[in-house]
Ligand binder design. Structure first.
Ligand code: NAD
Length: 711
C-alpha cells in the first residue's frame, strides 16, 4: 500500500503504491496506511523531514468511488473524514518539513494530500493534470480542498477548479500558487528532498501560509467588497444554470463562503459536514452510478457477446454525405480510419468532405490542430459517387434519406461490392431494422447504428439488433463504436428503438399540457427546472413539429385500428396542417424566430390553445414531464427493447441530455423507491390516462421488494 524508508540524512520517503492497481487511489485502507506512515515519521526523532511520493506513473488518481457510492453510515463517514482533517493538520503543524513530489497527475483527494504538505514540486510531465473532478459526480473536494485551494489561489481562481472540475497543467497550477516548482521529469523527488534539506538548514518552523502570522486570502476574503461581489455573482450564475438541482456546486460555494469567513480548522469542520451530506445524497449516488460506473462498463464493452474476435477497422464506407454522413466521417477519420464518402453525385459527396474541412479549419484557427494534421485527416476521407470504391470496406454505414425504397436500393448496391463478411449498418432514426434488413442478402450482417446529431460531437451510438442480426455482427459493430471513441448502448428492434421513443414522450407530454390550456411559458420553464436541457415545446420546434406530425401519420398508417390518438398528434396536426408552423427550420413553430433577436413564444398560441384559468402547479408539470419518460422506459424494459437498466440511463443522459442528477429514467424510479413510483403512476394514470399506467414489471418488482440497483 505504502513504501516507507528513511535515508542517512533522516529524510523519510512515504511512497503511495496501491497493490494490484495501475493507479493510486484513496480509500479507508490507503488513507489508514498514510496516517500510520506519517504519524510514524512525525513521531520518530530520527526523522527530520518527509517526502511524499508515488510508485506509479501518476501521483494519486483520486478517491475510491466504489467506497463513496457504497457509504450509507453518515455518522461513521463524518468521523472518518474528520480524522483525515486531523491527520493533515498534524502534518502541517508537526514542525517537520514535508514536501510532495508530483511525478504525474494529482486529482481529487490526491491533490488534497499534496496540498496538505508544505511544499509541492511537480514534474514537467505534459500528461499530468491537476484538479478536482468531485463536483462532476455530485461530490466536493472533502479532504480540505474547498478550504486550502481558495486560501492559496484566491476565491475567483478557485471557483472553476472546485465547482466545474476544471483540470489544469503543472505550469498553470504553479501560476495559481498551488504548486511551488516545476522541474524536469524524473527530478521531482530530488527537488522535493532538496527543499526539505534547505528548510531544515534555515531553522525556521515549516508552516503553511494560513498558519503563518499576517496571512491574508489572495484577492480578499468573502467579507471584503471584492469577495462579496464574486460570491454573489457566482451564486446567481449557478442558480441560473442549475435551478438548484445540483447540490454539489452550491455546497462548495457555501464551504468557501462560510469556511473562509473563519479559520482553517473551523473551515475544515464546515467542509466535513457538507461533504458528508453530499456523499449520502441520492444525487451523488445517481451520478456516480450512471456517469462513472455505467459509462465505464459501457466503454469497456461489458455487454459485448463473448467469443468473437475483436475487429480492427481500416476502411469504412459511408452512404450519404449529408448532415449525418459528414459528421460520422469526421469521427471515423479522426480515429485514423479511412472512409469512403458516397453520395448520388461527386459534387454532393464533395460537399460532405467540405463540411469536415470547415469543422477542422475552426480547430486550426483556434490553434487546437496543425494544418498538417488537418491535411492528414482530410486525406482519409474519399468522396465518390461510385459504388466500386466501397471494395475492401469492413463496414458500411448508410445515412441516406429516410425512405425505405432508397435505403433498400443502396443496401443492394453496396452489398454487391463489399466482402461477404462485411457489416452493413443503417443510421435510420425511425424505420425498424428488421424490415430494412429484408433488402439485404445477408441479414445476419445487418444492424442499426443510430448516431445523434451533430454526429461528430454527440457521444452516444444506439446499436439496434434486428431479428436476424448475429452476435458476431453486434460484437464487431461495438468495436467500431469504441474505435471512434463513442459510447454504445445495445437495444432490440422496435418502433423508435429506445432513445427516440422515450425522448418523444417528453415532447408529446409538453404538447399535451399545451392542449390542456397550460401556459406555454410555464411548460417550457418547467422542463428546464426539471433539469432537461431544453423545454419540450422549444424542443418540438428544434426537431420540427412537422416531423412529429409525420411520425404520427406514419404510425397511424402502420398500426391502423390499433393506433390510439394522442393529444400531441392533434396539436401537431393543427400547427402543421392548419397553421403551416412547422418548427424552427421554417422560422415559425411554437416560437417565432425573428432575424434580429432571440426566439420568443408565438403570440398566436394564446388563441390557438386558450389558457385555462386554473393551471397545474409547477411540481405537477415537472412530475409529468419526468415520469412520462420513466414509464415509457419501463415499457422498453418489459418488452425487452432494452437489455439492461443501465443502458437506459446512459442512453438518456448521453442521447438527449436527461438530467444526470436523477440518474436516468430508471435511476429516477430507483431514487423514488419502486412502491412510491407505482403509487404516483397510479394517481397520474387515473388523472391523465393510460400513458402513465405502471407496467406490470414495475408492479411486480415493487411488490417483491426488488430494485434495479443496490440500495
Ligand atoms: P441529409 O438529407 O442531410 O443527408 C442525406 C444524404 O443522402 C444527402 O446528401 C443525399 O444526397 C444522400 N442520398 C440520398 N439518396 C441517396 C442515394 N440513393 N445514394 C447515396 N446518397 C443518397 O439527411 P441526414 O440528416 O444526414 O439523415 C440521414 C439519415 O440519418 C436518415 O435516415 C435520418 O433518419 C438519419 N438520422 C438523422 C438524424 C438527424 O438528426 N438529422 C439523427 C439520426 C439519424
Amino acid at each position: 500500500m505504502l513504501n516507507y524508508s528513511v535515508d542517512a540524512d533522516g529524510i523519510a520517503t512515504v511512497e503511495f503504491d496501491y497493490p494490484g492497481k495501475s493507479q493510486n487511489i484513496l480509500n479507508a485502507a490507503s488513507m489508514g496506511a498514510y496516517a500510520d506512515a506519517m504519524q510514524k515519521a512525525l513521531g520518530d526523532p530520527a526523522v527530520r523531514g518527509i517526502v511524499v511520493a508515488s510508485a506509479k506513473k501518476d501521483f494519486i488518481a483520486g478517491g475510491d468511488l466504489a467506497e463513496l457510492a457504497g457509504a450509507t453510515d453518515a455518522a461513521g463517514f463524518h468521523a472518518a473524514i474528520s480524522q483525515t482533517h486531523k491527520l493533515m493538520r498534524a502534518i502541517e503543524l508537526g514542525g517537520k518539513p514535508v514536501a510532495a513530489a508530483l511525478n504525474g497527475s494529482a486529482l481529487g483527494g490526491g491533490l488534497e494530500v499534496a496540498l496538505g504538505c508544505h511544499h509541492r514540486v511537480a514534474a514537467d510531465n505534459p500528461k499530468a493534470r491537476f484538479g478536482f473532478p468531485e463536483a462532476t459526480l455530485g461530490l466536493l473536494p472533502g479532504a480540505g480542498g474547498t478550504q486550502r485551494v481558495p486560501r492559496l489561489t484566491g476565491m475567483q481562481a478557485a471557483a472553476p477548479l472546485l465547482m466545474e472540475g476544471k483540470r489544469i497543467k503543472a505550469a498553470e497550477a504553479q501560476k495559481l500558487g498551488m504548486i511551488h516548482a516545476v522541474v524536469p521529469a524524473g527530478e521531482e523527488r530530488q527537488a522535493a528532498r532538496k527543499w526539505v534539506l534547505d528548510a531544515l538548514a534555515s531553522g525556521a518552523k515549516p508552516l503553511q501560509p494560513w498558519d503563518a502570522k499576517g496571512f491574508r486570502i489572495p484577492g480578499g476574503g468573502p467579507n471584503t467588497p471584492n469577495g462579496m461581489q464574486m460570491l454573489m455573482a457566482a451564486n446567481a450564475m449557478l442558480r441560473e444554470k442549475t435551478y438548484d438541482n445540483y447540490p454539489a456546486p452550491k455546497h462548495i460555494l457555501s464551504c468557501v463562503y462560510e469556511g473562509l469567513s473563519t479559520n482553517l480548522d473551523t473551515g475544515l469542520a464546515i467542509e466535513a459536514r457538507y461533504f458528508t451530506n453530499l456523499v449520502m445524497s441520492a444525487v451523488s449516488k445517481n451520478m456516480i452510478r450512471s456517469l462513472f460506473f455505467g459509462m465505464q462498463e459501457a466503454n469497456k464493452l461489458a455487454s459485448r457477446p463473448a467469443g468473437v474476435q475483436p475487429q480492427k477497422y481500416t476502411k469504412i464506407g459511408m452512404l450519404g454525405a449529408g448532415m449525418m454522413g459528414a459528421g460520422i466521417a469526421i469521427s471515423t477519420a479522426t480515429a485514423g480510419i479511412d472512409i469512403v464518402l458516397l453520395d448520388t453525385t461527386q459534387e454532393a459527396a464533395d460537399k460532405g468532405k467540405d463540411y469536415a474541412r470547415k469543422q477542422w479549419n475552426k480547430q486550426v484557427q483556434r490553434g487546437r490542430m496543425t494544418a498538417e494534421a488537418m491535411d492528414a485527416l482530410l486525406a482519409r476521407i474519399h468522396p465518390t459517387a461510385s459504388y466500386s470504391d466501397l471494395a475492401g470496406c469492413e463496414l458500411v454505414v448508410e445515412a441516406v434519406f429516410e425512405k425505405r425504397e432508397i435505403k433498400a436500393e443502396v443496401t443492394k448496391k453496396a452489398e454487391a461490392v463489399i466482402a461477404p463478411d462485411a457489416i452493413f449498418a443503417s443510421n435510420t432514426s425511425t424505420l425498424p431494422i428488421t424490415g430494412l434488413a429484408e433488402a439485404s442478402v445477408r441479414p445476419a450482417n445487418f444492424i442499426g447504428l443510430h448516431f445523434f446529431s451533430p454526429a461528430e460531437k454527440m457521444p452516444l451510438v444506439e446499436i439496434i439488433v434486428g431479428k436476424a442480426t448475429s452476435d458476431a455482427t453486434l460484437a464487431r459493430s461495438m468495436d467500431y463504436v469504441r474505435a471512434i471513441g463513442k459510447t454504445p448502448i445495445v437495444v432490440n428492434d422496435s418502433r423508435g428503438f429506445y432513445t427516440s421513443r422515450v425522448f418523444g414522450t417528453y415532447v408529446s407530454e409538453g404538447m399535451a399540457l399545451l392542449e390542456e390550456g397550460v401556459p406555454p411559458a410555464l411548460i417550457d420553464k418547467a422542463g428546464l427546472i426539471a433539469g432537461m436541457p431544453v423545454g419540450p415545446l422549444a424542443l418540438a420546434d428544434e426537431v420540427s413539429i412537422e416531423l412529429v406530425h409525420k411520425i404520427a401519420q406514419q404510425t397511424r398508417a402502420d398500426l391502423g385500428k390499433a393506433y390510439v390518438e394522442r393529444a400531441a398528434d392533434r396539436v401537431a396536426a393543427k400547427m402543421v396542417a392548419e397553421l403551416g408552423r412547422l418548427g424552427r427550420k421554417s422560422g415559425a413553430g411554437f416560437y417565432d424566430y425573428p432575424a434580429d433577436g432571440p426566439k420568443r413564444l408565438w403570440p398566436g398560441l394564446a388563441e390557438t390553445f386558450p389558457v385555462r384559468a386554473q393551471a397545474p402547479t409547477l411540481e405537477e408539470i415537472i412530475e409529468r414531464l419526468i415520469l412520462v419518460q420513466s414509464v415509457e422506459t419501463m415499457r422498453c424494459l418489459e418488452e425487452k427493447v432494452l437489455r439492461a437498466p443501465i443502458d437506459a440511463d446512459i442512453g438518456a443522459i448521453l442521447g438527449w441530455g436527461y438530467p444526470p442528477f436523477r440518474g436516468g429514467p430508471i435511476g429516477w424510479l430507483h431514487t423514488l423507491g419502486l412502491p412510491q413510483a407505482v403509487a404516483t403512476l397510479d394517481r397520474l394514470a387515473a388523472q391523465h390516462g393510460p400513458r402513465f399506467a405502471a407496467p406490470q414489471l414495475l408492479r411486480d418488482m415493487a411488490a417483491k421488494g426488488e430494485r434495479f440497483y443496490p440500495a
